[in-house]
Design a binder for this molecule. Structure first.
Ligand code: UT7
Length: 337
């Protein structure tokens, strides 16, 4: 049997800022909310936020460095940085991250697909590798959502958090542990207002007035977002299972974007994945948008909680609206960090 080329996960990395913010810590303590409400409605007990001066790029460099070390390589052919919170509107943050990592003049660009960004970036990296455009790709999901949330808005301030996760993809074959077997992506731009930073872009250039009114912050229609997230993550997971020819009972590890525990439980239930096969860290880490899946992956690699080769399904939904899923086998990575 001929062995088909595939992108194979060869290393993982993660980095969380040091500052831990519990549900009753400032500034959340000043909101009209309770620890009980946050725990029961979201599953979150604590999250990490950056200190002033610490940026998305800084977190990305740390996670990227670990992923390269974990893969045992010093260079890659492409850097993809998924983020909703780039260091600047322009230029992209990926080239700076690549330079900090000593990767020379390698191509590097940002992927803007909100909370589904990691699935988009993995799909892009996979395609570059299978098309022969790259032999290795560093994919990073990095976010500092605390820099774009309004700390007086209880609908977002309690949910969103900061962190970075990364994987190295290298050219290999579908038979290898860690192979990306299929990806599936989608979008629905008619839902762009579900989660939006209204001001500061070309449609509404920044003025002091708008900044004062808080339109430079992320606004989310929580319940509507919830409904769309459940529907799309369920749908795309089912479609991808069909694409790879797996029964749902074949899935040994399921990692959904860590948005809200109730969303994750609902999606797993609808798709038919038992709780024992669901991996997550939402209670400790909060919703870190496109960093959430690689953060969980790196933890599970370090914990050795999933066996190499185990059939794994990743799925995510985010503002845009955008969604995506990745079917892969669990990587075989020596833990040295
Ligand atoms: O990462 C991208 C994907 N993200 C998502 O998909 C997020 C999806 N949405 C959510 O996770 C949830 O909608 C939230 C956590 C944001 C909100 O939870 P919810 O259960 O959907 O609450 P709700 O917005 O329907 O509000 C229910 C009640 C309201 O009060 P009334 O009108 O019933 O009196 C809210 O004002 O809870 C109130 N509420 C809160 N109360 C205490 C909303 N936020 C809070 C809060 N503390 N933090």
């Amino acid at each position: 049997m001929s062995s088909h080329p595939a992108a194979v996960v060869a290393g993982t990395g993660a980095h969380l800022p040091r500052r831990v913010v519990g549900n009753t810590d400032d500034p959340l303590a000043r909101l009209d909310t309770t620890d009980e409400w946050i725990r029961s409605r979201t599953g979150i007990k604590a999250r990490r936020w950056v200190e002033p001066g610490e940026s998305t790029g800084d977190l990305a460099v740390q996670a990227g460095h670990q992923a390269l070390r974990s893969a045992g390589i010093k260079g890659v052919d492409l850097v993809l940085l998924s983020t909703t919170t780039p260091d600047h509107h322009s230029p992209g943050t990926a080239p700076w991250v690549a330079a900090q990592l000593g990767l020379g003049t390698v191509p590097a660009f940002d992927v803007a697909a909100a909370c589904a960004g990691f699935t988009y970036a993995v799909a892009a990296g996979d395609a570059w590798i299978r098309a022969g455009m790259a032999d290795s790709v560093l994919v990073i999901g990095a976010e500092t959502l605390s820099t774009i949330t309004d700390k007086s808005d209880r609908g977002t301030a309690v949910v969103f958090a900061d962190g970075a996760g990364a994987v190295v993809l290298r050219r290999g074959t579908v038979e290898e542990a860690g192979a990306v077997l299929a990806t599936r992506l989608g979008s629905d731009g008619t839902q762009k207002d579900l989660a939006i930073i209204a001001a500061g872009g070309a449609r509404w250039p920044e003025e002091n007035q708008t900044a004062a009114r808080g339109e430079r912050c992320l606004r989310m229609q929580g319940p509507q977002m919830f409904t769309h997230a459940v529907r799309r993550m369920t749908e795309v997971s089912r479609m991808l299972l069909e694409t790879v020819g797996w029964q749902v009972s074949d899935v040994e590890a399921f990692i959904g974007h860590q948005a809200n525990q109730r969303i994750l439980d609902k999606v797993a239930d609808l798709v038919g994945i038992p709780p024992a096969h669901c991996l997550g860290n939402l209670h400790r880490v909060g919703n870190t948008s496109s960093a959430s899946i690689p953060l969980v992956m790196d933890e599970a690699v370090r914990d050795k909680s999933v066996s190499p080769g185990a059939r794994t399904l990743l799925t995510a939904f985010g503002g845009g609206a955008v969604w995506g899923a990745v079917a892969m086998t669990w990587p075989d990575i020596q833990v040295s960090h």
